[in-house]
Design a protein around this ligand. Structure first.
Ligand code: NAG
Ligand code: NAG
Ligand code: NAG
Ligand code: NAG
Ligand code: NAG
Length: 345
């Protein structure tokens, strides 16, 4: 596929553009962990050690597992759920202090940033709780199949927090928010690391994995179709690993020259139905069945994009990494850019 490839795929309530950035940002910060890595785990149980060894903030990880650490029958599901629950608590602490921090806001932009934070952190809590439920509903033996989806959700959680902090132009407020979110951010990074290592963790717990690729029915057929596609397209590595098979196939068809029909075309030059991504999102039909496909033509879009919770099936693609870009937020001229630069590859 040439030109338009991956942009962003929204699952329920995820800030789609932020998802991509989240993954990148987490990877970048992964070298700045606790300095005494290793020491922390020398006094913990084998289980806690197995869960926490891939994390960057090991003391925080050990603390987050205290509720289940002494349970000899606890499974990796219990540990992961404990870690997620602890993260929810940390975000709630930060959220509850947001109003107090906001009292020192002395202009409309920073007052707005406070309100944004409240909304974003609530989204983060919702997403964490959804992740908690997903882990609870998964079978232990196929939990690794949930890795991609969990990473997607947790990346969004991470992005919500970053976006909240980035919204402030007042340095004292930004620092207060960032400090207030420090625990939550570390725990989210830890959860991402744990989920990324889920296969190794399950192996450490001697949990036999069901090899879903060898099951011969519809789902494996879908996989084969996908593999066939990937071969013709020159390999699998052009998509993030967390992308579902269905979305990969949709992406495969979503190029400007293909016959996929976007529901909305956004073009800065006025050649589409909308000039802004926000306007295209606002036109999301209520009670839509299926994907709402938005094609964003080449251009730099200085926008603050929020995909609302009820816009469950948004799918966006652009003209290529250096052609379609999203920067900026609201009308914050020259200030902090919330979404850094989201490029539509
Ligand atoms: C320990 O973990 C097992 C397995 O998940 C669970 O059934 C049990 O209720 C837990 N025990 C306690 C005291 O939490
Ligand atoms: C962060 O976690 C530490 C250790 O659990 C705790 O002492 C501290 O109060 C927490 N900070 C916030 C802002 O919640
Ligand atoms: C809450 O915010 C206030 C004001 O910025 C700050 O002094 C205090 O340390 C914060 N508390 C927590 C738990 O983050
Ligand atoms: C799963 O099964 C397939 C086909 O039988 C095999 O090629 C693959 O190596 C197996 N994967 C694992 C992790 O065992
Ligand atoms: C796939 O195979 C499993 C095991 O044979 C079966 O339980 C499941 O219903 C099948 N799924 C589909 C979609 O056919």
């Amino acid at each position: 596929m040439k030109g338009g490839k991956f942009v962003a795929v929204g699952f329920s309530g995820i800030l789609v553009v932020a998802v991509v950035i989240g993954v990148v940002a987490v990877q970048k910060s992964s070298s700045s962990g606790d300095s005494n890595k290793g020491d922390v785990l020398s006094t913990t149980s084998k289980s806690v050690s197995a869960i926490c060894s891939p994390t960057d903030h090991q003391q925080a990880c050990v603390d987050s597992l205290s509720a289940v650490a002494n349970n000899q029958s606890a499974t990796p599901k219990d540990f992961l759920q404990a870690a997620l629950q602890y993260t929810v608590s940390a975000v709630k602490v930060a959220l509850s202090n947001t109003t107090a921090i906001g009292n020192a806001a002395n202009d409309p932009l920073n007052k707005m940033a406070v309100e944004d934070c409240k909304e974003l952190l609530q989204y983060a809590i919702d997403e964490l709780q959804a992740s908690f439920s997903m882990v609870g509903d998964s079978s232990l033996h196929t939990m690794n199949d949930r890795e991609a989806e969990l990473l997607n959700w947790l990346s969004a959680v991470y992005s919500y927090q970053q976006t909240c902090v980035d919204g402030f132009t007042q340095a004292d407020l930004q620092k207060a928010m960032s400090d207030g979110l420090l625990n939550a951010t570390r725990l989210t990074e830890n959860a991402l690391s744990i989920v990324s290592s889920i296969s190794q963790i399950l192996a450490a717990f001697n949990i036999p994995l069901i090899n879903t690729t060898s099951i011969t029915n519809a789902s494996s057929q879908q996989r084969r179709l996908l593999e066939a596609y990937d071969e013709t397209a020159g390999g699998t590595d052009q998509y993030p690993t967390w992308l579902s098979a269905a979305d990969r196939k949709l992406l495969a068809r979503a190029s400007p020259s293909s016959n996929i029909r976007p529901n909305a075309v956004v073009a800065k030059d006025g050649s589409g139905q909308f000039r802004t991504i926000a306007a295209a999102l606002a036109a999301y039909p209520k009670n839509l069945q299926g994907r709402y496909v938005i094609y964003v033509k080449a251009g730099i879009y200085d926008e603050y994009i929020t995909v609302e919770k009820n816009q469950v099936n948004v799918f966006m693609y652009g003209d290529g990494p250096r052609k379609t870009m999203v920067t900026g937020r609201k009308s914050n001229a020259g200030g902090v850019s919330t979404f850094k630069t989201a490029s539509f590859s």
